[in-house]
Structures are given as structure tokens and as C-alpha cells.
Design a protein around this ligand. Sequence first.
Ligand SMILES: [Zn+2]
Length: 420
Amino acid sequence: MSTRTARARRSTPACWRSSNVRLSDVEHQEVAKSRLLRALAGARVPHAYLFIGPEGVGKQMMAMRFARLLLCPRALPAAHAAPDGGRETCGDCDDCRMLAGGVHPDYRVISRASHRLHPDRAVQRRRPIDISIDVVREFVINQMSTRPARGRAKIFVIDEAEMLTTQAENSLLKTLEEPPAGSYLILVATSDANLLPTIRSRCQVVPFGPLPTDYIVRRLSSTPDLSPSDARYVAELSEGRLGPAQRLVLTKAPERRERVLHMLSAAIRNPLDLGKPFTALTEEIIAIGEKLADARDAVVNRVDDDREEAEASEGGAAEFVPEPHALRKARREVLAMMAAALRDAMRLACGARPLGHAEPPDIARAIADLARTLGRDRAARAIRAVAEAEAQIDLNANLSLVLDGLGIALSRDHQGVEAA
Ligand SMILES: [Zn+2]
């Protein structure tokens, strides 16, 4: 593979390159689908879109599919496209092949990882904590001013657009106001809370919703070594987001379930001891995530010259510091598992079954213990306390204070009952 091809491939995450993706492959997103098809059918496609919705529900797949409809010279007019899985694009012209291979010169995905491809060494070495103005200038604004390499259109997708710095957003405003002919910008975001209102108002908003739990269970059902009970557990935990559900399977979340249950019962007895096991779990999740990312990189580009060079010139591997995004995600995951355990205990205390049917015996026993200790009302209050802790962590509150507070909220009623 040439360096240029390798670079282009590296700039497009693997999940965006699945071959021959059809619009109908994006399931349960009818509002988004019909909005995009209507625009294509009317031949008045807006030049800027904001795809907004939870992580892992098909936004990227839809962007890829939409790009193919714009780039494939043999694309059927969308009005006549079969809505039930029919081939809307040919799938084997040069454009379709290049898109499937992640090397189409007129389709560019910009993400937090794009800084690694920036010509400036100083930009390359930055940690991927945001999408900077340097990245937007280099990979969007400068590229947009040139003509499409293959004549039809130029499509720029900014993944995790909520990670754009304010400077980067401001630099995009002019482009959004007067987009060069034939160029399209798709911002993909989980929330518009961090986007400038002026960015949002210049884009056509396409909403995406969470997916049904049963659909996620079905999609996970072919995973080797995943029991139906674990599939259901992971699907519930993911709150209608297939991407995170698949990641929870890869990072073996069900295996941490018993420890989360033990952590909860220990916190009920010793409220100030929550910090240690909580931190151990988040560190484990981050470490597994890093390992998976490294393995994926190794498959996508077997030798990552630039990174190795950059690391060598920095004088060897520095002490690992997780990026804030990964840290927040891992903490949210542990809290979600705590909430799920408490919800199961609450259901059991109400006489209902926990949600993940046919639990493994150890898990069932631990949930029953928790249900007995807490009872229905206290379990409900504990769920609220976990939700509050999650909100505080999202606001970057001090973790030990949040966890001490959560431990006390979990144990207070327990001790109150003992005292009574
Ligand atoms: Zn084609």
C-alpha cells in the first residue's frame, strides 16, 4: 500500500468504510432517511447538514451512504430507489469502490485523530482531545476551495463535531455561509450543546434517535461466546446505542458485573470506600479500550511510521495519561453498571424479575442480596443518587468528593435502618 493510500485509509475510521452500505442498512432512523431522500429527490440538497443523535445509532453509516448517493455517477434517482434494501447505488463503479476502500479523493472524514495527518509536526504531536482550527483549516477550508478531483461533488464529514474548538467553529462560519459549489459539509454530533448557535442555524438538522433494545439484542446475537442474558444486559446498558453496545461486548463489560455488585454492597457498609474499587474499574476499562484501539490501528496500518517517529523524538514512551474523553466515558460506564444493578435490585424488591432474564447464579444471588439490603424505596433513591453523581462527573466535579457523596447516599438509609 502506498504511503498516500495508507494515509487516506487511516483518515477514514474502519466503521465508515464497510463496503456497499445501503441507506436501508441504517435501521430505525426513518425521519433521518426520509429527510435525506426528500432532499435528493427534490435535487435541492443543502450544503451543510448537522446529523444529531446518540452515539452509535447509525449517523456515520448514514453520512457514508448519503455521500455515495452524491458521488456515484450511476446512483438511481432517490425518488425511485427501492426503500426495502434495493440497490440505490451501483456498488461497483470507480467512485463506489474508492468509497468502500476509504480512498475516495472527494470524501473526507475529519475527526479528533486527523491532527496526526497534519503536515505541521507540532500539530501532529497534540493529544486528540479536540478538533482544532489547524485541522479544520488544513482538511476542510483549504480543501473545499479546490475543485472536486472526480468532478461530481466534494463531501466533508466532521465526526464528533461537538469536539470542535470555538476557534475552529468560527473558522467554519464563512464556509457555511457561502459554501463553494459542489461541496457538502456534514457535521456529526451527539449533542448540539457545545456547538455555536450560529453553526447550528446554518445547517439542516437531521435527527437520529436511540434504537429499540430488542433490535440491539438481535444484532448482538451472532457474537461468539455472548450468552443471551449478557446480550440483553449489554443492550439495556447501552440505552439504545448499538455502537456502545458492541464496545461493551468487546471490553467484556458483563465480566465486571459481579464486581460492580460487590462494590455496591461494600459501599453500603463503608461509604467512604467507594473511590478505590471505582477507580480500579475505570482504569481497567480505559486499559482495555487502549488495547483495542492499538489492535485496530495495527490492522488498519501495520506500521505507523509517523507515530513511532514522533514518540522516538519525544524521548520514548511517556507515562500514560488517559484523555479526558476516555476517562469520562469509563466513569459513565461504571456508573451505568451501578444504576443497572440498583434497578435490578429495585425490580426484585418490587416482586418483578430483573431485566436480564436467566441471570448467572452468582449474579442472581448478588442482586437478591442487594434487593434485601436496600428494599424498594432505598434502591430507587440510590438510583437517583447515581444519576446525580453522573451529572456531577459530566460537569468535571472533583471525583473523590462525588464518590464520597454517592457512598454516603447509598449507605445512609442502611445505617438509618440499623439505628432504628
Ligand atoms: Zn457507483
